[in-house]
Write a protein that binds this ligand. Structure first.
Ligand code: NAP
Length: 614
């Protein structure tokens, strides 16, 4: 099914969103197509906006005054509309809108989107939440031993990046006495032919997990149990028998499984992220309804990007409004829909829920370890690293070497405004938030951003990549790059028989461009400390990004080392080494200068065999 298709009501955006006339305030009956809710759909038809956005980034950078820049931009738009009116009069054109559209690409908005309102008043919501919190506190007291929480949790998404870090922290937390991990079977395919060569059962995947988390044979391993399931199936695909057993033991469900693909079509994202969430909510609701169940609360893992593209005011933790500047992709849109479903379950059905919204998650803060994750921010870093290595190590004739070097330079153009700020948070901080939520029944009814208060700018990212990866990345204006430069470059690359580089560049441009334009949302933080009791010292985004680059370079060979057992072996050595460096320097490894860091590596680590030097 393509994004042009009309979707059945149960998955149509109209289930959540309505289109409202700006003039009359009436709700319009038009069908809402998913693509109309994305940033680039709006942009590609509003040429002046592309330039306006570009100019805003420059003006704000030069003046440092955002409000002044907004006012100027608004005045320019008004001037454009007035000029069109005068011209229309002069040439006898009845509709000045046609002129402003044709000449300046300016189009007055006739409608806006908003989320459908739920019927509850503010007072009703506050009363419901207070009641649910009280119920959760009482349920937790029953589940506690010697006044301390004794948590038995079911986790979906345990084989993923965030889930693995959570399981690692669970293993080292005495208050969590059991973790049941819901896993689906995995097909292993031949990389060349795509043929399925083996299917790993959930139990086999569980064994692998314990081994790769360095838990095999440890006493902590006894607290984990792996069960078969699939979040897209009713009842999470869990057997009747298993469900009955879980009903008598589980205190919490954490729904963490999702499809974190920024380029999936709408219906695929919807099934994984909204249908999956609905199944998990129904599963928890059935537990809560069971009189014999010790159930305390459902923890939903969302994303702070459910707020889409806001610019003027920070995205608040206590509300979700349809973003004036739309969504970057269907991942964000469907995660927002999932959040609305979670809210509905809480307000309409009285399910006790806690919503956690991580920003963009990167490797662990001290060492950069990511247990083999290669998505999101890792993807461009790995691409730059491999392009740089290809240029440095190229062999052959002068012509061949210069061609490779030219290709590598092309692959290192990144669509980003230098002043764009993105919100990176380390995976250990996210897992700390998840663990804390299990012990804080008072957090029921709250939405918590697990985000950073020190956002990192594209230009800082570029500079750190130059230091740590040895590659000079050139930043290109994102929308112009996507709409003009990228099609040209990829066309040339395909003619030069370089489809792989062309594909990688296309992915980079279309997937990440949206996150590095000027005017990124600011996600308010505070509930992580106030409600979950996490430390006020949120991870330093620049140090963490530096460690991501170092880790991806040395431990993962920029994504070339794929075997998860080998990554696990390397990460253990890397972790010990980073702890040792912290001890000897008295500061975080991310604060060590690139030269000193490289010297320390040469001294302590044989990079060829990836073994510690004795
Ligand atoms: N990574 C980020 O930057 C980021 C940022 C903000 C929020 N989040 C949120 O954090 C959560 C975890 O993200 P992640 O980065 O850990 O994602 P990930 O590495 O892609 O892992 C996704 C997990 O979901 C599981 N899953 C997907 N579909 C499933 C299904 N139908 N049935 C059972 N399991 C299924 C996957 O299982 P398989 O191993 O079988 O595929 C995997 O365990 C998500 O809810 C995501 O939206 C992530």
């Amino acid at each position: 099914m393509t994004t042009e298709t009309k979707f059945p009501p149960e998955i149509s955006p109209s289930r959540y969103i309505e289109k409202v006339s700006l003039g009359s305030g009436e709700v319009l009956a038009d069908e809402i197509l998913p693509r109309q809710l994305l940033v680039h759909h709006h942009r590609d038809y509003h040429i002046v906006d592309i330039h306006a956005h570009y100019m805003m980034g420059r003006v704000v950078k030069a003046t440092g005054d955002e409000n002044w820049a907004y006012e100027k931009m608004k005045r320019m738009r008004r001037l454009g509309h007035r000029t069109a009116e005068v011209l229309a009069k002069a040439i006898g054109q009845k509709d000045p809108e046609k002129i402003s559209k044709a000449l300046f690409g300016l189009k007055k908005r006739e409608y806006f989107f908003r989320y459908k309102r739920h019927p509850h008043t503010k007072e009703e919501i506050e009363a419901t939440i207070a009641e649910l919190q009280q119920e959760a506190v009482e349920a937790m007291a029953v589940a506690s031993v010697d006044g301390k929480p004794a948590v038995r949790v079911l986790l979906t998404g345990g084989t993923g990046f965030v889930g693995k870090e959570f399981l690692w922290q669970v293993a080292h937390d005495d208050r969590i006495v059991e973790a049941v991990v819901l896993i689906r079977p995995k097909e292993i395919k031949d990389r060349k032919t795509g043929e399925v060569t083996r299917v790993l059962s959930p139990a086999e995947r569980g064994e692998q997990l314990l081994r790769q988390l360095w838990l095999e044979g440890t006493p902590a391993a006894a607290k984990f149990r792996f069960i078969a399931g699939d979040v897209e199936e009713p009842g999470l695909g869990v057997s009747e028998e298993e469900r009955a057993q879980l009903a008598s033991t589980l205190t919490h469900v954490i729904h963490c499984a999702a499809s974190v693909a920024f380029d999936d079509p709408y219906d695929i994202s919807f099934r994984a992220n909204v249908t999956g969430t609905l199944n998990a909510l129904r599963f928890s609701h059935a537990l809560q309804d069971n009189d014999d169940s010790p159930f305390v609360a459902h923890v939903a893992i969302e994303t702070s990007y459910i707020h889409g593209r806001h610019i003027r005011t920070p995205a608040r933790e206590d509300e979700i409004v349809f973003p004036r500047k739309f969504y970057n992709n269907y991942y964000e849109l469907t995660k927002a829909m999932a959040s609305l479903e979670t809210e509905r379950f809480m307000l309409d059905k009285g399910l006790r829920v806690i919503q956690l919204c991580p920003a963009i998650v990167i490797g662990e803060s001290r060492a950069g370890n990511n247990r083999g994750d290669t998505k999101v921010v890792n993807a461009p870093v790995n691409l730059f690293g491999r392009a740089g290595a290809a240029a440095r190590d190229s062999e052959g004739s002068l012509f061949e070497r210069s061609s490779i070097s030219a290709l590598a330079r092309l692959a290192c153009i990144f669509p980003a405004d230098p002043s764009a700020e993105i919100n990176l948070i380390t995976v250990d901080r996210v897992a700390q938030g998840m663990v804390a939520a299990l012990k804080r029944p008072e957090a029921v009814g709250e939405r918590v951003h697990l985000a950073s208060d020190t956002r990192i700018k594209s230009e800082q990212i570029r500079d750190i990549v130059a230091d740590e990866v040895g590659v000079k990345v050139r930043l290109a204006e994102p929308t112009l790059h996507r709409t003009v430069t990228l099609p040209l470059l990829t066309g040339v690359l395909r003619r030069l028989k370089q489809p792989k580089v062309a594909y990688a560049m296309e992915k980079l441009g279309t997937i990440f461009g949206g996150y590095s334009e000027w005017g990124q949302p600011v996600h308010a933080v505070g509930n992580d400390v106030r409600i979950l009791g996490l430390s006020e010292d949120r991870p330093d985004a620049a140090h963490a990004f530096r460690m991501l680059c170092r880790h991806n370079r040395y431990v993962q060979g920029f994504g070339k080392v794929r075997d998860l057992d080998e990554i696990s072996r390397r990460e253990r050595i890397w972790w010990d080494l980073m702890c040792e460096l912290e001890r000897t320097t008295g500061g975080p490894a991310g604060a060590i200068s690139p030269d000193d860091f490289r010297a320390a590596l040469d001294k302590h680590l044989d990079l060829e065999s990836f073994e510690a030097r004795s």
